[in-house]
Each structure stands twice: as C-alpha cells, then as structure tokens.
Ligand binder design. Sequence first.
Ligand code: ZN
Length: 345
Amino acid sequence: MYDYFYGAEAEQFSFYRIPKVLFTEEHFRSVSAEAKVLYGLLLDRMSLSCKNGWLDQAGRVYIIFTIEEVMTALGCADQKAGKLLHELESKCRLIERKRQGLGKPNLIYVKNFVDKAADRVQNEFVRRKQLGRQYSGKSIFASRIVCGDCGSFYGPKVWSSNSKYRRVIWQCNNKFKGGHRCETPHLDEKTIKARFVDAFNAVLDGKGGILADCRLMQTTLTDCTGIDAEIERLLTEIDVVTELTRRCISENAQSSQNQQEYTARYNSLVERYEKAKTQLEQLRATKAAREAQAEAIGAFMFEVQEMDVLTEFDEKLWLAVIDKMTVHANGRMTFRFRSGTKIDV
Ligand SMILES: [Zn+2]
C-alpha cells in the first residue's frame, strides 16, 4: 500500500501544472477536463522548447507533440487525441497548429492562457486606485486647464480669503502680466465640473464611433513591428562596431601602425557607434511614448465602455480621461480627451 505523506513530502515530486484560471474563469467552463489536462502537458513541453531554442522567425516558441504522444500520455485512441487537440484549438484557442507538410509533424504554438484584454482591465483598476492617491493634496485641475488666448495654464486664486464668501476661482496665470490682457473668463470649480459632465455625456452619446476609433488607434500604436526591426538592426550594428573597435585597438597594440591612420579609423568607429546609439535611444523613446499613449487610450476606453450617462462630477473619471480643457474668451470650452476626442461645450 502507499504510504501517507509526512510534512512537506508532497513537494518533492515533479508535477504537470495546469493553470488555475482554466478552472476558475467563466469562459473556460465549457472546455472538457481532459482538454485542460492536455494543455498542461503541452505547457510542460514548452519549457523544453525554450531550452532548445525552438523559435520560429517571429521569435515565437513552438513545440512538437504528435497525436501518438497524446495517445500515450492520456491513454486514449487517436480519434480522441485528435478531438482534444481540436477542442483546444477551435473552442478555446489555447493552441494553434501549423502544418509542416507531408510526413512531418505539426508545429504547435501553445498560446498564453492569460487574456491580455482581461489583464488590461485589471491594470486599469489598479491604475485608477493609484490615481486617487497620487492626487491627494494636489488640485486635480492643475496643469489641465488652458487659456485659449495665450496658451498658459489656469491657476487657482482664493477670493475673499478672510470672509465667509471665501472661494477658489481659476483664471489664466498670465492674465495680468505685461501689457497683454487675456479676455478669457475666470471659473469657479462648480462650473468646471458641470461643463465636464456635459462634455463627457456628449462623448457617451457618440461612444460607438469613438470607441471604434480608439481601438484602431490602439492597434496602430501597439504595432511596433517596424520599430522593433529597426531596433534589432541597430543592436546588431552596435555589436559589430564594438567588435571592430576592439580589433582596431588590439591590432594597434600588437603592431606598429601609422598612428594618424589608426586615430582616424578609431574615431570613425566611435562616431559610428555614437550614431547608432543615439538612433537607438530615439527609437526606444518613440516606442515608450507610443505605449504610453496606447495605455492612456485604454484608460479612456475603460471608463467610457461601461457607462451610459454621467450624472455628477467624478474626480477619478476626470483624471483618467481628460487631457486638456481649453477656455475661450467667449466662455465656450473645448475638452480634449486622452483618446484625442474633442468636444466643445
Ligand atoms: Zn491667458
């Protein structure tokens, strides 16, 4: 008979691992338990592929796991094995198979069970929480309201600070500076909030089209294939130049050379290196900016998606969706949201 476990003995065996989400998430509910077990086996094979460097040209890891292997592992007939693979592929899209041609086994791409979209929603909740903390003490209107006359920010000013009529109003920081005088009106916080509610409700009215635009923009922004290829090229260039520089220095140390020629060669390599490095930094900055923008759009979509009407001002919503609010001399305001959407009220 088998013995009992004592202490942490159960930890000593090797295990196949099946992600918990396959059992806890609603959309995996209809997947059969056998298919989930098979997914665990395929995941296990993935680590072998990583070790062996089985990557395709796009850098994606694949495995080879034949029908016969499935049959052996699960102790089933080939029809059943095929059915389970098919279930993982078509029903829950947890794998993708690529045919290699006659007589060769299929390549299997085991897909990540973490849904990036669901992940984003989770991130939004976290981000929103932090947003509130970040702004405690600071005004949520600072650096967000712009004077339509001169382009300066609006700043707060306390009126009648010593009386019971004390209130905070916002006006152009530049209003009384120099000879220029901006015509833009001052605003109290109640007005800012009310106009924001109007503008945001206008967004909600047209949200179908706006969300479609957002999705498109996000897709464009997050597709960094071109940038990545260029980054890759520059990294190679840097490697090459580094190696050439190393050789150049060691040759000079080992043999007598014309020092003028050597210096010229050395300097040109350094120049090449600096050039590649500058380009690389620029590209990385561009990529980071695009990712930040895509994230901002995601934050905007998150707020808009679930809402039908906004009844009262919400600080966190303001912080999540607003980019700039421009006040014009005639009292109209242009709200620019982080999606790029502009609304005049
Ligand atoms: Zn101004």
